[in-house]
Write a protein that binds this ligand. Structure first.
Ligand SMILES: [Fe+2]
Length: 288
């Protein structure tokens, strides 16, 4: 009887703790220096929000985003949960406020890509959602490249939408060495290149293609993070994902993986606080 009471107590405390933990996020700051940047400029990155709202109408997330004073807000996918249309409304409500802070660039995660499939049960609803998103003035990006202004800097912004095969559960599908070149234009080496690519499993491909900085999400930090080791499991059910969270330097280029802001299905975060990214692109003098 006493053992049962202890188990129930531990379960109750764990549930309450997780409810408390899931209501919090932090702002993680990164600097990305580059000789291609003329003057310092900040951007905000909101990944894997999954329809979450931090406070009434997401006011806490919106306030912290505004404090970054971003010249752009990048959303590398999974702003909603594909099977829950109520999250579309929450995502729209947040986007309506974000566009008042800075231009918003939104690329697809696996949840959006799934909804783009005609046979998906919520496909029609998603179509209306995307029309509403565009009507707000959000720039929605499939697999494409465009030139954008960030303060005094003119940079190239690309987005990559992966086929759903690359999100299969239990394994990481191999990617052809030429995949990036086959889907996006060649990087112009003299221009600062940003890439929004939801799935970090292919970080090496993104860096080798030439993105100076890539923003990924998808892993949610791995639900449970083990101090000194990292993420336990990815949403694709691969154990100890290599590119789990944080900033990785690959071939002299940066890949920044967000722990995300929301969760779905398994609402668990242990040593894995949700995060909003504040990223400053900084000028770097070229060595003589
Ligand atoms: Fe995802």
């Amino acid at each position: 009887m006493i053992i049962l009471a202890i188990i129930l107590f531990v379960v109750l405390v764990s549930i309450l703790w997780q409810r408390w933990e899931l209501g919090k996020f932090e702002v993680t700051h990164y600097a990305v220096p580059s000789a291609k940047i003329k003057s310092p400029v900040s951007v905000a990155v909101i990944s894997d929000l999954h329809g979450f709202s931090y406070g009434e109408q997401n006011h806490r997330l919106l306030e912290e985003t505004a404090k970054i004073n971003p010249k752009a807000i990048f959303i590398p996918g999974d702003l909603l949960v594909s099977k829950y249309p109520r999250t579309y409304a929450s995502a729209l409500e947040t986007l309506a406020k974000l566009v008042k802070i800075a231009p918003v660039y939104y690329s697809y995660g696996n949840h959006e890509s799934r909804l783009r499939e005609e046979e998906c049960v919520n496909h029609e609803l998603f179509g209306q959602y995307m029309r509403d998103v565009r009507a707000l003035g959000v720039t929605v990006m499939g697999t494409e490249t465009r030139s954008i202004s960030l303060g005094e800097n003119q940079v190239m912004l690309s987005a990559l939408e992966l086929e759903l095969d690359y999100y299969e559960k239990g394994s990481i599908a191999p990617m052809e060495a030429s995949y990036m070149q086959g889907h996006l234009p060649l990087v112009e080496p003299e221009k600062f290149q940003v890439l929004l690519a939801h799935n970090p499993a292919y970080a090496e491909h993104y860096a080798r293609w030439g993105a100076d900085v890539t923003f990924c999400g998808h892993n949610h930090g791995g639900l449970v993070r083990i101090p000194g080791i990292g993420s336990l499991v990815s949403p694709q059910w691969t154990l100890f994902p290599k590119y789990d969270a944080g900033k990785f330097e690959i071939s002299g280029r940066s890949v920044i993986v967000s722990r995300g802001l929301g969760t779905h299905t398994f609402h668990v975060r242990v040593f894995n606080r949700a995060e909003l990214l504040a990223v400053e692109f900084q000028p770097k003098r070229q060595q003589a």
